[in-house]
Unconditional design. Structure first.
Length: 93
């Protein structure tokens, strides 16, 4: 009896995991294919600690306008990052 319950639970868990991955993939695909903000440039951030966070400003037409890195692993890096972010937001609205 316990063996049968474990097998059934294992099969149900596997089916639920596969289903949740499929739903996640579908939602992600829709999100990635949707237009970001119509008529607005976008600041994209790829998070990273040791290698730094990569930043990119993308124009309304989807062309890269500016790319840089910021480092958040120490106090000086965080101050520089805030200054760089403030400049990019102000410069590209």
């Amino acid at each position: 009896m316990p063996l049968t319950l474990r097998r059934i639970r294992s099969k149900l868990t596997l089916a639920a995991e596969r289903s949740s991955v499929a739903v996640f993939c579908d939602n992600l695909k829709r999100l990635l294919l949707s237009a970001p903000l119509r008529g607005k440039p976008v600041l994209a951030i790829d998070p990273g600690i040791s290698q730094g966070c990569k930043l990119a400003i993308v124009s309304v037409q989807g062309e890269p306008l500016h790319m840089t890195k910021i480092y958040l692993d120490n106090e000086k890096g965080r101050r520089d990052a805030l200054n760089k972010l403030a400049f990019l937001v102000k410069d590209h609205r």
